[in-house]
Design a protein. Sequence first.
Length: 187
Amino acid sequence: MAERTGEGSPRMRAYAGYKKIYRYGSPVLRQKTEPVTVFDDELRAFLESMAETMYVSNGIGLAAPQVGVLRRIMVIDMSFGEEVDTILAMVNPEILGSEGECTLEEGCISIPGVFEEVVRPERIRVRYHDLNGETVETDADGLLARVMQHEIDHLEGVLFVDRIGAAKRALLAKTLREIAEESGEEL
Ligand SMILES: [Zn+2]
């Protein structure tokens, strides 16, 4: 998920592991992902490169399909990488339950410049594997719950613009078409 950055100071650090971001219109964003079964150095290196790509893109969450990998992997860091040890690597996440409802504005690294309010559950319970393959169960609310739901949607081929209602989406149709054309992908 992307946040409005206001000051517009993209973090152009020289990240070696930076990966290409697939944008709206790319077929890979619409496909389902496979669970991860092997927790090895390759997975850790991939997660590291995902985190770097997220930071460079001013994101607070990134899912593997956004870098063209159809695996159930996502990273979240609500501090934009400014604080140490705040990165959350989630492998094979699933939502066990949810309650409440809230409206929050969302954006997406794969849909640059588009920010829309989306209604989703306010609190969720999730289960996932950490980097070492250990099972973790946790509750989340507020913005963290929001980012988790946005990223888990990516693992199912769902984008936040699918959840904004037909009228709003119709207003966005031209912008979305332009993003798809710019990224050289057919809709
Ligand atoms: Zn997204």
